[in-house]
Design a protein around this ligand. Sequence first.
Ligand code: KG4
Ligand code: ZN
Length: 356
Amino acid sequence: MLILGIDTSCDDTSASVVEDGIKTLSNIISSQNEIHKKYGGIVPELASRRHIEMIWPVIDEALIVAGVKLEQLSGIAVCHGPGLIGSLLVGCSFAKAICYSKKIPLVAVNHLEGHIFSLFLERPTFSFPFIAVIVSGGHSCIYRVERFGNYTEIGRTRDDAAGEAYDKVAKLLGLGYPGGPLIDKLAQRGNPKAINFPRAYLPESLDFSFSGIKTAVLNFLKSKRDSIDFSNSLSIEPGSQKNNQCQKTDIKSYISLEDIAASFQAAILDVIVKKTEWAVRKERIKRVVISGGVAANSELKKRIKELSAEKDIEIFIPSAHLCTDNAAMIAAAGYHHLCAGNIAGLDLNPKAFLPL
Ligand code: KG4
Ligand code: ZN
């Protein structure tokens, strides 16, 4: 069964052809990072306009790479939320138009369901039930997944998402956008114990809270402004680092960006790792998938490997390109909807807020 997946939920235009929910024949992603990076975050109007420009060529390429014609498709799976409404509208409208003109069944997929089902593209035999930890730019939540279509939310962020914290802190440090990969790289050369940023463990709860850490980094930067080495900043904000009068003479009182990045990252990852362990204990399920953009983090992978070995838990993190937004995960989840007969009407409307 061949499914064309489409994801335009945020700032990446993506299309993919997946066979039987597990075999990726193509997965094309057109990134908008270059457009948004000068603003330090996504500008929704620019994102939707770019989706309109890219949707056609990206879908064409996905079909060509897969060697598949529209007529051969069993269905088109489109992400209908949650996400930026203008961006979602582009993917949904395009999918509906193809389905109408070619008489192909339309399938609506929740973006979070896609992140969970990215698992089966690389581990088709992973068994239910399992815990799904989704840590991305828009979401940080934990689900108990009983089987396809049966998801119980057991934790969620009370404020910022993990990726949002990465992006906001990267902006404070003048690093650019998206912040996650930049901080990930910088942190590899830093000391995670240099600064003791707060960890919001929220005892007894599987919820997250990442807004405090961003404020802690901001307060730290304000208090140490004159003793931070910003030489690793990629883009420099006016009035702050650019005019930094940092004297490199007193090497002992000097704090590197690498140390700040590593210390910030340690605080975020400590919480994610701990909550994963708590979820396993609470639900008594020793199988976990961690996905979403932040799951692409190199240090998280190491930490999770340790947790897995230490506590004998089967934990799977998809490859980086399947952790961040992609349409293969939408096609993978769409396959199960199609098998279950969940066909969407051509009056399908996207929703910015769409709980799983
Ligand atoms: O899943 P995703 O592509 O989009 C959403 O659904 O939000 O996640 C994007 C987020 C961004 O906040 C980005 O900074 C973060 O994932 N991210 C990372 C890494 N790669 C992307 N965070 C930490 N380490 C990374 N290597
Ligand atoms: Zn996502």
